[in-house]
Design a binder for this molecule. Sequence first.
Ligand SMILES: [Zn+2]
Ligand SMILES: [Zn+2]
Ligand SMILES: [Zn+2]
Length: 328
Amino acid sequence: MPVTDAYFPFLIDRQMYKIFDGEELEHWRKAAEQHGFSLLGRAKDRYQLVLGCHKCGNATLKRSSVVLGYNPECGNCIRERREAAATKVGATLLGPDPEGDRHYGTYQFACGHVDRRQHTRVEAAAAGGHNLSCDTCTNEQHATEAAEHGWTLIGPSARNDQSYRKYEHECGHSQDVAVANMRYGDVNCAGCSETWSSKPSKIYLLSFTLPNLPAIKLGYSNNPTMRLRQVQLDRGETQGTLDQEIELKTGHDAICLEKAMHRHIKAHWPKLIVTREDFRDHLTTTSEIYHACGRAFIIALINAVDNGWDPNQTDNWQQFTSFRDQDA
Ligand SMILES: [Zn+2]
Ligand SMILES: [Zn+2]
Ligand SMILES: [Zn+2]
């Protein structure tokens, strides 16, 4: 009972398989029917059965022992389920795992990056309404956040804790810091004893000429002039300028206010946000870039903060501009 040279005239698990010329046993047929399949034939070798799935109508290959003894699942139904889960989290299932682990697949994320992921984790993310985060983008974001405070992301931390990374300070000392603390500059360097959050800082407004649109960046730094240089990949092209800066007593104040300003802009004028695709090739930042038409609005917000407005306390920033007008 050999494998023939003839192929099945339909795809089996999206592949072509050669017909195996052999008897089709009645107890296989019965077991297949019980599990929701029709026995269509035998393929590849003497162990494999070709089943027609009653649910999706496609053919799938299963070992006869699996059909008899276990709960056979249709490979096409599994694939469809995984593809649907991927779509739900903004990704695309491209194919099997390049490392050959059947629990993993190759996925493309919304950002365009491609990576392997465990299928069950993608399905869990879809079921829980979570997004699938891209390691490349997450790393870029962590590196950018660290750069705002004079640190360089080195890589994973030595300790067995996913929330930590290893960073190097501009003084040359490296240490583990929690990602969330680094984001808020809440880190003390054990090498040079600098406590960033207690140093004075600034909120700034920068302007750039991106190829297709003028854009602005609202941010904080203790050195906006240096930040302006850092953030541009090609200064000749983007021609950035520092347009405004206000002083804050501590870096901690600066970041809390700045984050709240971004939330305020997102809530009240979300169309100002420039999508990352439009600046990723020109600026080394991951977000916080706005269309230049929002300049007057953002300058007014910065002035309100300078007059004591705390967007964490109230949305009413206008009262802090009129306060200044009356005062002047
Ligand atoms: Zn199926
Ligand atoms: Zn990415
Ligand atoms: Zn240091």
